[in-house]
Design a protein around this ligand. Structure first.
Ligand code: ADP
Ligand code: F6P
Length: 324
C-alpha cells in the first residue's frame, strides 16, 4: 500500500480522564503489533508545537493501565487554535515522520484533529472526557470512573446531611452538560437534580419542594447541581434563608477527574485505542472512534462534530418518578 502508515503519534488533549492511560497503552501496543513505530507527544497540541516528542515502546506503557491521569500529560493550547499554529503542527508531524496521529480528548481536541487532517495528517480521534458530551458516542473514556467517584462522595455527604437534617447541594462537573449530574441523581437517590439541559431556573419551586419534603418527614434534601448551572454556594444561602433549613454546598471539583479507572473505563479505552490504530493501518483517516448501540464504530470527523445530543429524556423521567 503506497500510503501505508509507518509511524504513529499519540497525544492526550483537553481535560484528563481516568482511562486515558489504558488508551495510550493500547495505541502503543497495537501499533507495535502491526510493526509500526510509535511516538508519544507530550502535553497535547502545546507539546506538539514545542516538539516534545518521545519514542515509545511496549515497556514505556508498562504499569500504567491502572493509573488515573495521563502519562503523556495534557494541556489546552491557544496557539493551536490559529491557522499558523495548525500549519506548524502539521509540519512538525511531517518532520518527525508521524504519518498517523491518534488524538485522545474531547470535542475541542477533535477540532484540532480536524484541522490537522485538512492539512494532510492522517488523524483518528478517541473520545476522552469525563463529561460524556461528545455527540457521536454513548461512551467517553473517564465518565464511568468520574460518576462512580462522584457517587461515593455524594453518599458521604448524604450521611452527614441526614445526621444534621440538612439540605445539601452537591455540585458535579460536566462543563455545559448534565450527564454526570443525571447519573448521580439516579444513583444517589437525590431529591432534585439541576441540569443545564432542563433546569427552568424556578428556585421558588425548588424551595417549595424542600419545605414539602421536610413536612413529610424527610431527613435530608440532596440536590445534585451540574457545573453548567453552578452558583451552588449562593443558592445554598438563599435556600437556607427561605426555608429555615440549614443548607450546605459542596463543590466536588477536580477529585472527579482523578483516581483509579474502573474496569469499564480500562476495557473500553483499550478497545478504542486499538481500534484507532487499526483504522490508520487500514489507511483510513479523519475518523472518530465511537461506541453506539452496543458496538464500536467510527465516524468522519466533520460528520461527528456536526452531530448534537441531549441527555436521555427517559432517564430524566425515571429520575422524577423515583423521587418520593
Ligand atoms: P476538550 O478536547 O476536552 O473538549 P478543549 O475544548 O479545551 O478540550 O480543547 C483542547 C484543545 O484542543 C484546545 O486547547 C486547543 O488546543 C484545541 N482546540 C480546541 N478547539 C479547536 C479549534 N476550533 N481548532 C483547533 N484546535 C482546537
Ligand atoms: O472537560 C472536563 C472538565 O473537568 C469539565 O467538567 C470542567 O468544566 C473542566 O474540565 C474544568 O477544566 P479545568 O481543569 O481547566 O479547570
Amino acid at each position: 500500500m503506497a500510503n501505508q502508515v509507518k509511524t504513529i503519534g499519540v497525544l492526550t488533549s483537553g481535560g484528563d480522564a481516568p482511562g486515558m492511560n489504558a488508551a495510550i497503552r493500547a495505541v502503543v501496543r497495537t501499533a507495535i503489533y502491526h510493526g509500526l513505530q510509535v511516538k508519544g507527544i507530550k502535553r497535547g497540541y502545546a507539546g506538539l508545537l514545542k516538539e516534545e516528542i518521545v519514542d515509545m515502546d511496549g515497556l514505556s506503557v508498562a504499569d500504567i493501565i491502572h493509573r488515573g491521569g495521563t502519562i503523556l500529560y495534557t494541556a489546552r493550547c491557544l496557539e493551536f487554535m490559529t491557522e499558523e499554529g495548525q500549519q506548524k503542527g502539521a509540519e512538525i508531524c511531517r518532520k518527525h515522520g508521524i504519518d498517523g496521529l491518534v488524538v485522545i480528548g474531547g470535542d475541542g481536541s477533535f477540532r484540532g484533529a480536524q484541522r490537522l487532517a485538512a492539512l494532510g495528517i492522517n488523524t483518528v480521534g478517541v473520545p476522552g472526557t469525563i463529561d460524556l458530551d461528545i455527540a457521536c458516542t454513548e461512551y467517553t473514556i473517564g465518565f464511568d470512573t468520574a460518576v462512580n467517584t462522584a457517587m461515593e462522595a455524594i453518599d458521604k455527604v448524604r450521611d452527614t446531611s441526614t445526621s444534621h437534617e440538612r439540605c445539601s447541594i452537591i455540585e458535579v462537573m460536566g462543563r455545559n452538560a448534565g450527564y454526570i449530574a443525571l447519573w448521580c441523581g439516579i444513583a444517589n437517590g437525590a431529591e432534585d437534580i439541576l441540569l443545564p439541559e432542563r433546569y427552568d431556573n424556578d428556585e421558588q419551586k425548588l424551595i417549595d419542594r424542600i419545605i414539602e419534603n421536610r413536612k413529610r418527614g424527610k431527613k435530608h434534601h440532596i440536590i445534585v447541581n451540574a457545573e453548567g448551572i453552578g452558583h451552588s454556594t449562593s443558592m445554598a444561602k438563599r435556600i437556607e434563608a427561605a426555608t429555615g433549613i440549614e443548607t450546605r454546598a459542596t463543590i466536588l471539583g477536580h477529585m472527579q477527574r482523578g483516581g483509579t479507572p474502573t474496569c469499564k473505563d480500562r476495557v473500553y479505552a483499550s478497545i478504542m485505542g486499538a481500534k484507532a490504530v487499526e483504522l490508520l493501518v487500514e489507511g483510513r483517516s479523519k475518523r472518530i472512534v465511537a461506541y453506539k448501540n452496543g458496538g464500536y464504530i467510527d465516524f468522519d470527523i466533520d460528520e461527528a462534530l456536526a452531530m448534537t445530543k441531549d441527555i436521555s429524556e427517559d432517564q430524566y423521567e425515571i429520575f422524577k418518578h423515583l423521587v418520593r
